[in-house]
Design a protein around this ligand. Sequence first.
Ligand SMILES: *Cc1c(COP(=O)(O)O)cnc(C)c1O
Length: 378
Amino acid sequence: MIHIAKPYLTEDEAKAAHDTILTNWITQGPRVAEFEEKFAAYTGSKYAVAVSNCTTGLHLAMIVAGVKAGDEVICPSMSYIATANSIMYVGATPVFAEVNPKTYCIDPADAEQRITPKTKAILIVHQIGMPADIDAFRAICDKHNLVLIEDAACAAGSSYKGKKIGAHSDLVCFSFHPRKVITTGDGGMVTTNNEAYYNRMKLLRQHGMSINDRVRHASTTIIFEDHIEVGYNYRMTDIQAAVGIKQLEKLDWLVTERRKIADKYYAALAGIDCIDMMYEPDGCFTNQQSFPLYIKKSSPINRNDFMQKMLDKGIATRRGIMTSHRETAYSTNPDFANLSLPISEDAADNSVVIPLYVPMDDADIQTVITAVKELLSK
Ligand SMILES: *Cc1c(COP(=O)(O)O)cnc(C)c1O
């Protein structure tokens, strides 16, 4: 069986977790602080705040951006559902925009025309690692006085115009779920250059507590914490952070390896007329978190039959990126019931992700290529 994805974990990560457990400091502490410092340095952002996962990071981003009940936030429907959910958590309404069919990233022109007096922010998604057009969205947000937030769940190690994702705007949320390029089991990080956002996110992720455990632990005089506002428990543990530090050291190498595999797919599958592959625009550098194929109407078999036939050959595939507005949680809500997004719907219904992980040996890459060619060439 060829799996769809595998995390890259070694004795390094196992030892880091082991050693951290034996220090007795297992939840948010020195390893989290070190991981934050290293992640900020890696991305070129001033600050990084570790959180329990990307979804909680997005929730904190909405809060510090000042998004409230009654506000609207523009985002793509075509994304993992956590993107839209993070807007719902603060009582605001996601306003779904279309994507560019070549990159699956949110389309700036379509997003701009959905701006209303209620719009507070735009939440862009770097789709499976492919950077969205950050500069275009920066210009739109400046023009309309909106906050720009990046759902970079899949985009650790990607870059845009020569700078790593994480460096461009004030709220960039990453995921370390095992399906992403680096993992801490579960986990997330928010990068920012804004000191006020940074301080408030640190407060909110730990119950709104004025003094963190490390400070209290090191103090030679008794000190009492205050809980300044209603916060959350969105902490990352030190065990996770210790694993994350090791994963971060390998991130650039992992991206290089992933791109080598992708290059083999691009070269071998280029001749198949009935598929489109993802397009990397100038200035964008993807970490190749996944490898999607778009299956055109001219294909001898449809997407679902292709997936079943691949599975019959022992090769796992997954449907492409979903649309949020057609999931029951949204389609049963009158705000979204009549929404039609033809480009996103077509892309979601006809795309499929094929296996890509590190290390993937050449024989497995060839098996995938042969199967795709056999099923999709006429
Ligand atoms: C994976 C993912 C998330 C959720 O990340 P978690 O760390 O699992 O909360 C959010 N948005 C996108 C685009 C994702 O791919």
